[in-house]
Design a protein around this ligand. Structure first.
Ligand SMILES: NC(=O)C1=CN([C@@H]2O[C@H](COP(=O)(O)OP(=O)(O)OC[C@H]3O[C@@H](n4cnc5c(N)ncnc54)[C@H](O)[C@@H]3O)[C@@H](O)[C@H]2O)[C@@H](O)CC1
Ligand SMILES: Nc1ncnc2c1ncn2[C@@H]1O[C@H](COP(=O)(O)OP(=O)(O)O)[C@@H](O)[C@H]1O
Ligand SMILES: [K+]
Length: 473
């Protein structure tokens, strides 16, 4: 606990220096709950008090960590037992830094209730320019530590100082939005080898990228077959094929009704059937389009019997066979996932998927056998053996029509390049899908850092994004 408290005090001191230029004379208010999480906050408060910081602990439980409380008082800090929420709000608002030590990994489901819940709700509703910086101890209090669920009020943190190792809830939506900058403090504890939820870094994505060897030719690099678009939605075909071409693949084949347009925009694309190593089904396809429907149903034969990997997006999700291998990747957004689950007897709404994205993606994986990539601000991937990835590299500007078509084409190219590998190693598909989400988000930033992006711009930025990723690895 001592090590945790020192690291936490260090993080708070840095925030004080950033806000006021100096640590001495800063005002820190600790929100203290009943357990060790509150104990960490109190011990950190004692360290800060000895550095000349004015520290007030608001005790939000009948009893708080005895040793921590004694340490803070011995250092000259103050403890106020909260029985009036108005007074607590007033004190908390006067702080430079608020330390959220209400609950950590011991939090039960159901979120913050009582005085703590009321206080947090009031504080979160009044965050303006001058509001205190919030540093969460271990986790923002009240989140679902194992599944990222949010079932009550949570004080959004600017920074979370977490101990021993990251926790699933800190990277899973919706709680991931409440974490702020994540700082992991190594306490030298023995932790399980594999964290339950993985976020790939740039160098992981680089290692997964299908880089052609010196003796490569177009068929060894892989051919991706794209069944997308219709007279009504020709753009989806252009975007999906463009992304596949620009991600780098041996060849892109297009099957559909708008081949002329696709070739006019991307002369590299070959129109018509032939051997492929991986498929992209669905962008811009409506399930009532009989011709595209036939093409997709026919191509699924290859997926089921010849082991061809596939990306199943948008309109093709409704054509998914009952059960498919894990080298099939579904790429729904929350609305499409709600539809897919409802069609299979689990009635859920889009809002329910957004509230419980991990549970929903897991259920879809269990029901279909497919690897499931659920798109959103944090993109989740659930694959073979229940492996979970959570990628959050994308700017919100990426939420624009056609961006999903680009992701489908990009992922199809990656799967075509590693088709044998993903069939041989079922766990690889989810990693490749997570890498595609990472590259997609990075490409949005590369196309126009900090500003609006277009789906076409994201596709055009893929070559530069991949080059930089490989160069830095
Ligand atoms: N486990 C470890 O190895 C370490 C833990 N540390 C700290 O200890 C924390 C965990 O401590 P605890 O296990 O004491 O758990 P917490 O401090 O998270 O809280 C547990 C207490 O809160 C109550 N409680 C739980 N959910 C509640 C809810 N929804 N509403 C009201 N009351 C609720 C419980 O009855 C219990 O009294 C970590 O988050 C971290 O800050 C650190 O000191 C470092 C090492
Ligand atoms: N708030 C957000 N922040 C970052 N990325 C987002 C956000 N919302 C959506 N995205 C991403 O934008 C893309 C949108 O895809 P999708 O919903 O399929 O759109 P479309 O079908 O029009 O192409 C997905 O890759 C998704 O992960
Ligand atoms: K906390």
């Amino acid at each position: 606990m001592e090590r945790a408290a020192f690291a936490l005090a260090g993080a708070v001191a840095r925030e004080l220096r950033a806000r006021r230029g100096r640590v001495v004379g800063g005002v820190v208010v600790l929100l203290v709950g009943p357990g060790n999480n509150g104990g960490d906050a109190l011990h950190a408060g004692a360290v800060l008090r000895r550095r000349g910081v004015d520290v007030l602990a608001l005790a939000l439980a009948d009893r708080v960590h005895d040793e921590g409380r004694a340490a803070l008082l011995a250092a000259g800090g103050r403890v106020l037992v909260v029985d009036d929420v108005d007074i607590a709000v007033d004190r908390a608002r006067g702080a430079d830094v608020l330390v959220d030590g209400i609950l950590g990994i011991g939090a039960r489901a159901g979120g913050l209730t009582g005085g703590a819940g009321a206080l947090v709700e009031r504080l979160d509703a009044s965050r303006d320019e001058g509001a205190p910086v919030v540093v969460a101890v271990d986790t923002p209090s009240g989140i679902g530590v194992d599944d990222g669920s949010v079932s009550g009020p949570v004080l959004r943190a600017d920074r979370t100082v977490t101990f021993g190792g990251s926790k699933p809830g800190l990277v899973l939506p919706p709680a991931a939005h409440l974490t702020g900058v994540l700082e992991v403090v190594d306490l030298g504890l023995a932790l399980p080898d594999e964290p339950a939820v993985v976020r790939l870094e740039d160098r992981d994505a680089a290692a997964l990228w299908p880089v052609p060897g010196p003796d490569a030719h177009k068929y060894t690099r892989g051919v991706v077959g794209v069944v997308a678009g219709a007279r009504r939605y020709p753009g989806a075909a252009v975007l999906a094929t463009s992304a596949a071409v620009l991600a780098g693949v041996g060849m892109v084949r297009y099957l559909g009704d708008v081949g002329d347009l696709v070739v006019a925009r991307r002369p590299e694309v070959v129109v018509g059937p032939g051997r492929v190593q991986a498929w992209v089904f669905g962008p811009g396809v409506s399930p009532d389009d009989a011709a595209q429907r036939r093409r997709i149903e026919h191509a699924f034969e290859g997926v089921l019997h010849r082991g061809e990997p596939a990306v199943v997006d948008a309109g093709a999700l409704e054509l998914l066979p009952e059960h498919v291998p894990t080298h099939v990747v579904l790429t729904p957004h929350a609305g499409e996932l709600a539809r897919l689950l409802s069609d299979r007897g689990h009635r859920v709404t889009r809002a329910e998927v957004e509230h419980h994205p991990l549970r929903s993606a897991r259920l879809a994986h269990e029901l279909t056998g497919a690897t499931v990539l659920l798109k959103g601000h944090v993109t989740l991937v659930v694959g073979a053996g229940g492996a979970v990835y959570a990628q959050a590299a994308a700017p919100a500007w990426l939420a624009t029509a056609g961006a999903g078509d680009v992701l489908a084409g990009l992922l199809g190219a990656m799967l075509a390049g590693r088709a044998d590998d993903v069939v041989e190693d079922p766990t690889l598909t989810a990693a490749v899908a997570a890498a595609a989400a990472l590259v997609h988000g990075r490409a949005a930033d590369v196309s126009n850092p900090g500003g609006p992006v277009t789906a076409r711009g994201v596709a055009l930025a893929l070559p530069e994004t991949v080059r930089a990723l490989l160069a830095d690895a």
